[in-house]
Design a protein around this ligand. Structure first.
Ligand SMILES: Nc1ncnc2c1ncn2[C@@H]1O[C@@H]2COP(=O)(O)O[C@H]2[C@H]1O
Length: 249
């Protein structure tokens, strides 16, 4: 697998190399459509055929409407967007509603439909060629899934936005051996109350989550640092990495 993290910032970072969440699994498949999607060229965007959304928050969907506009005369339509029913309903009601962006029906109906929505649930697995992408529940402030991706004998797990706890532990333990685990760390430990309210991680919660696993992943990628605390978190997580093979993205 050649995974490209096009963006994983927890917000508007002021760094045009790191937009908000968008992870490219293959030239035709991405997870989330945050502003990181803008790192692809127009030609690369037009190769994307499958978008797996984790949840409805803006930093994970911000580029979706304009990305879809770039697809109108693309050769290989429609693009399939996979998401929980809650996420799809929020997109329909709040984004593709004729005010913020054209209504969904104008994109999903007719011979030139550019988009199809596919509902997924936790546990649901989508196979695309030799890649399997399984959604699993995580605990966040809105219904959210992470994705377990298997291809080429490799197992990549993206936990999306989540707080540590029994849901995450159980789900990760059920996924078996993990090569690369991508876990977030949005807030510093001093902001534990904010992390608990918004259902995000702090470095200590991240340690707890790892300690609760039956088996450690081969490597840990840490993501979704909130821009206001990024320097502080990066320094701490680099000086005292929670895993022997830690990459702070
Ligand atoms: N009580 C709060 N204090 C600080 N930030 C908040 C609060 N509630 C929501 N947010 C922010 O709103 C964001 C929504 O997206 P996230 O869950 O990634 O992260 C959340 C926080 O950054």
């Amino acid at each position: 697998m050649n995974i490209q993290v096009l963006g994983c910032s927890g917000g508007l970072s002021g760094d045009n190399k790191n937009g908000s969440t968008c992870i490219q699994l293959r030239s035709d498949i991405v997870i989330d459509a945050g502003t990181g999607l803008n790192r692809l060229s127009l030609a690369q965007m037009r190769q994307v055929r499958h978008v797996f959304l984790t949840h409805s928050h803006m930093d994970h969907i911000a580029a979706l409407p304009t990305f879809l506009s770039n697809q109108y005369d693309s050769e290989h339509l429609p693009v399939t967007v996979y998401a929980l029913p809650h996420t799809l309903a929020k997109l329909r009601d709040n984004i593709f509603n004729g005010d913020i962006w054209p209504e969904l029906s104008s994109m999903t109906e007719g011979p030139n439909a550019i988009l199809q929505f596919e509902e997924i649930q936790s546990g649901h697995c989508v196979e695309i060629d030799n890649m399997s992408i399984r959604a699993f529940e995580v605990e966040h402030s809105v219904p959210t899934v992470g994705y377990s991706v298997k291809s080429d004998g490799q197992h990549f797990v993206f936990c999306a936005d989540t707080i540590a706890g029994s849901v995450l532990t159980q789900q990760l333990n059920e996924l078996g051996d993990i090569d690369t685990l991508m876990l977030e760390c949005a807030f510093p430990d001093e902001l534990l109350d904010v992390a608990q309210k918004t259902k995000h991680m702090t470095p200590r919660l991240l340690q707890e989550a790892l300690a609760s696993l039956k088996q450690q992943p081969k490597e840990l990628w840490i993501t979704h640092l909130k821009p206001s605390y990024e320097a502080q978190l990066r320094e701490l997580l680099t000086k005292t990495p929670p895993h022997k093979n830690t990459v702070v993205l």
